[in-house]
Design a protein around this ligand. Structure first.
Ligand SMILES: Nc1ncnc2c1ncn2[C@@H]1O[C@H](COP(=O)(O)OP(=O)(O)OP(=O)(O)O)[C@@H](O)[C@H]1O
Length: 241
């Protein structure tokens, strides 16, 4: 579904991604791990052009989205992002948050968008919060709404950028449980996370980044139990898996 070829990204003189290549298959659950500042979020953000790569190509179903004039909305509706800090619209209720883009971008009627939103809210156990504003929700609830909101667009790939990093510890599990449930539905998912146990559990493929390079990849067993590079061994020894 997605083929990233020799991707590079610099912010001014700072080269953050260096010659990154990887392939994501339909239905694959991919996690990107690595130390802070290694370029994980930047790589993820390049996939839906929240960051414009400096070089290389990203083929989305065969079309190069970096070097062609594909409309940005067409990319973003197919590759929806769940952010660390939820990014819900504060002035909209949960239901309005969830129906806005499906109506405006996907052209659903108000009723269709509402029905879809209510089904998704039931899936994340938040049916009773449909008419609340985000300020009245806990962090875990906000993130579950953000996940449901992304799913309401029926994206081809769901991108999750450290979705539990901003949560109080007691709320991490409820969000990971929702993501785990999703991972079992055949959705294509790319997840940046510091939750190593979760990455081990849920991934088809794990990528380890260091200093802007993708230096190791494989199944969770290969990367976590049999890392090949010294850098990955050192990183894994320093974190709880
Ligand atoms: N918009 C930006 N402008 C300038 N520098 C940036 C920008 N975004 C990221 N960077 C820098 O790029 C580098 C990689 O950042 P990135 O957020 O991709 O790393 P990360 O691996 O996701 O880190 P973390 O795990 O801490 O979130 C860092 O040095 C960061 O300071």
């Amino acid at each position: 579904m997605i083929e990233i070829q020799h991707l590079s990204k610099s912010f001014g003189n700072l080269e953050v991604l260096k010659d990154v290549s990887l392939t994501i298959k339909k239905g694959e659950v991919v996690t990107i791990i690595g130390s802070s500042g290694s370029g994980k979020s930047t790589l993820l953000r390049c996939i839906n052009l929240l960051e414009q790569p400096t070089g290389g190509a990203i083929l989305f179903e065969g079309k190069d989205i970096v070097n062609s004039k594909i409309k940005i909305e067409d990319i973003r509706k197919n590759a929806c992002m769940v952010f660390q800090h939820f990014n819900l619209f504060a002035n909209m209720t949960v239901l309005e948050n969830m129906t806005y883009a499906p109506r405006v971008v996907n052209g659903l009627s108000k009723q269709e968008a509402k029905e879809k939103a209510m089904k998704l809210l039931a899936k994340v156990n938040l049916s009773d919060k449909a008419n609340e504003y985000p300020s009245r929700l806990s962090g875990g609830q906000k993130q579950r709404v953000a996940i449901a909101r992304a799913l309401a667009m029926e994206p081809k790939v769901l991108l999750l950028d450290e979705p539990t990093s901003a949560l109080d510890p007691e709320m991490v599990k409820e969000v990971l449980d929702v993501i785990k449930q999703l991972a079992n539905t055949g959705i294509t998912m790319v997840l940046v996370t510091h939750e190593m146990g979760f990455a081990k559990d849920v991934s088809d493929t794990v990528y380890f980044m260091d200093g802007g390079y993708l230096i190791e990849s494989g199944t969770p067993d290969e990367v976590f139990n049999h890392p090949k590079t010294e850098r990955a061994k050192k990183f894994l020894a320093s974190v709880l898996v």
